[in-house]
Write a protein that binds this ligand. Structure first.
Ligand code: MSP
Length: 644
């Protein structure tokens, strides 16, 4: 039988900064996908690495008073050390400074140049140093780079250009005739709409007078290659293009994971570069959204750049991986906050999964002295069929890279098992001797259910999967997991096996109370905290509601009002104008954490003066006087957008 293969890649990350949550997400997502394909009997290859050339790196090295080489070696090590800590099992780590990579870049440039698709020309344009590229006027937002918010510099220079226009129709046709090539669908639409405009030729060189930290063009030693023409090539150089065995085996199934920020180089430049060089294009591009942190874009100035090492040190790697996969709908933006992470750990991991596991194994220990009984009555059909549905649902979702759905499906099964325990009340069965066979069947079913869960969570939580399977007395195959089609068969936890006291999978996280003491949140607390019963108000009509001018605003500045610990003075950008708003959130929020944050503003509220400060509106928040939380959005919206 022919072996199924699968090649997954992550972007190669710039080494101008330390690894953060965003890098961790893409790499973990690709790792989860790889582990799943292995369970689906594929021979896999998983590549990640670092992008080490270009202006940005030189600037970062200069800031540290280091040579680019010293600097890239230092930061690359941080990425290399991070992946094993996050249980990422990449087969290879490529660096664009690797001599073998450089050779392939030269080879590709020569091929495309020889073909006549690269030409030399003089050019004057708007260049953004942050993006390392020229911008067309129409791409700028109010004259500024849309990503960096700074006006680009006008630069005139002679450079090499890659003719892309001639491949435009071919690319459009390829995208349209290969559903799933760009995944999820909304990004296919985005690319096709971009491709409605004629493609400009791409400037692919930088004169050495401006930048030397790059790969010299094989046909002109006064120039280095543009960073994307270097970086994208990593996906084939790593496999030993053109003749490497890995290239032959894995390239036809290449699927790249990236976030939406780099869809254009991957969805347009890269397929066209491959086509021009006469190389088959990759099989697919998986594009995901962005993680914001506490409602804002991650940035050094906001101070919310999240370090994956700190999070895993505190909460454990499996909990972190689970949270990332469960919380982000692949393709959409998501929001990271420690509070949400902790409540997911306590609810999904410690409570739903952890309690079930320890409850079942403890009952097994108590009622059967830890020796797996034989199932002498017919196994309960409903749990086995729920397990089948969970395996099917999990497989379907994972095949579509819908990690959130895949995990939700497993948790649905966990919830069915919790209900199964409550329904059969094994503690009552244990009291009657004649109910022993039924008790054995119930416990065996539960052990089988736990085995199913342990097998399914392997891609997301490999450590927990191993712990659970070991506790269930299973012999784990040497590769570390069970194949998908080995999971279903019911009755694999062998009668007669001795099972020990179960380990605690996920300890509950203590949530510090406001007075500084630690308090465990219980399900009852959660219910209690779920909502404060609001005071009932008279019904209003749509017309009444429409009288309110609710808009989004971005906080530009925030400061305390002297003499009050409760009131803050905010300058809020409403798109059309900036308003001063006085808000009573001073006990809950530190002014410096508010800058850049999006809020909902009642823009037509009558002006008021509070503690001598004028307030031209109100920001919305929820909660009690003590615990106020600002209303916001999980994705950024332009300031001034109406809230409906
Ligand atoms: N070096 C280029 C990629 C070259 S690939 C041939 C680059 N590097 S980067 O360090 O800026 O990494 C960008 C990628 O990091 C994103 O596409 C995404 O995979 C990940 N993320 C960075 N910030 C992110 C978030 N805030 N959220 C999710 N992922 C993000 O671009």
């Amino acid at each position: 039988m022919e072996t199924k293969t699968q090649f997954f890649t992550t972007p190669i990350y710039y080494v101008n900064a330390r690894p953060h949550l965003g890098h961790a997400y893409t790499t973990i997502a690709a790792d989860v996908a790889t582990r799943f394909k292995q369970m689906d009997d594929h021979d896999t290859y998983f590549l990640t690495g670092t992008d080490e050339h270009g202006d940005k790196i030189v600037q970062a090295a200069q800031k540290q008073h280091q040579s680019p080489r010293e600097y890239v070696n230092k930061i690359t090590r941080l990425f290399q050390d991070l992946w094993p800590r996050l249980s990422v099992q990449n087969n290879q780590f490529i660096r664009t400074t690797d001599p073998a990579h450089i050779q392939v870049v030269e080879n590709l440039l020569t091929r495309i140049h020889d073909k006549g698709d690269i030409y030399f020309s003089s050019y004057e344009g708007q260049y953004c140093f942050g993006c390392e590229r020229f911008y067309q006027d129409r791409e700028l937002v109010e004259g500024k780079c849309p990503d960096h918010g700074v006006a680009p510099a006008t630069i005139k220079e002679s450079n090499y250009f890659f003719k892309m226009g001639q491949y435009q129709d071919w690319l459009i046709d390829h995208i349209k005739t290969h559903p799933g090539f760009i995944h999820p669908r909304q990004y296919e639409t985005e690319l096709l709409s971009f491709l409605k405009e004629p493609l400009e030729d791409l400037c692919i060189s930088r004169p050495k007078s401006r930048l030397t930290w790059g790969i010299t063009l094989p046909f002109d030693s006064d120039y280095v290659t543009y960073v994307w023409f270097d970086a994208l090539v990593n996906y084939i150089s790593a496999l030993g293009y053109p003749d490497g065995a890995l290239f032959k085996k894995f390239w036809p199934t290449a699927r790249h994971f990236v976030a939406k920020d780099i869809i254009k180089p991957h969805g347009i430049y890269w397929p066209i570069m491959l086509k021009a060089a006469g190389i088959d294009i990759y099989a697919g591009l998986n594009v995901h959204g962005f993680w914001n942190v506490s409602g804002s874009k991650m940035s050094k100035s906001v101070g919310n750049v999240t370090d994956p090492v700190a999070v895993t040190d505190r909460y454990g790697v499996d909990a972190f991986r689970y949270f990332l996969m469960r919380e982000m709908v692949f393709g959409l933006d998501a929001n990271f906050t420690e509070d949400v992470l902790v409540s997911r750990i306590n609810a999904d991991l410690a409570n739903d999964l952890g309690n079930l596991f320890s409850r079942v194994l403890s009952m097994h220990l108590r009622y059967f002295k830890g020796i797996v009984p034989a199932m002498t009555t017919a196994p309960d059909i409903s749990l086995a069929s729920d397990a089948r549905a969970a395996i099917d649902g999990f497989q379907k979702a994972m095949t579509r890279y819908e990690f959130h759905k895949a995990t939700a499906t497993v948790w649905q099964f966990i919830s069915s098992m919790n209900k199964y325990v409550d329904m059969h009340e094994p503690w009552k069965l244990a009291k009657a001797t004649e109910k022993r066979p039924l008790l054995a069947a119930v416990i065996c079913n539960l052990l089988e259910g736990l085995r199913t869960v342990a097998c399914l969570i392997y891609p997301v939580m490999p450590g927990t999967s191993e712990k659970m399977l070991t506790a269930l007395g299973m012999t784990i195959p040497e590769k570390g997991f069970f194949l998908l089609d080995q999971i279903l068969s019911w009755g694999q936890v062998q009668p007669g096996t001795r099972l020990a006291k179960p380990p605690i999978l996920f300890p509950r996280i203590d949530v510090p109370a406001k007075d500084g003491s630690k308090k465990k949140t219980t399900p009852a607390d959660r219910k209690k905290n779920a909502g404060v019963t609001p005071e009932t108000k008279p019904v209003i009509t749509m017309e009444d509601f429409a009288k309110m001018d609710l808009r989004t605003g971005t906080i530009d500045a925030a400061e305390k009002i002297a003499g009050s610990d409760k009131l803050l003075k905010l300058q809020v950008d409403l798109g059309t104008d900036t308003r001063q708003v006085v808000a009573g959130i001073g006990r809950q929020y530190n002014p410096k954490d508010l800058v850049g944050r999006q809020v909902v503003v009642v823009a037509n509220l009558q002006q008021a003066t509070l503690m001598g400060e004028e307030s031209q509106g109100m920001v919305l928040a929820a909660g009690t006087k003590k615990e106020l939380v600002l209303a916001g959005f999980d994705t950024r919206v332009p300031p001034g957008s109406p809230v409906k």
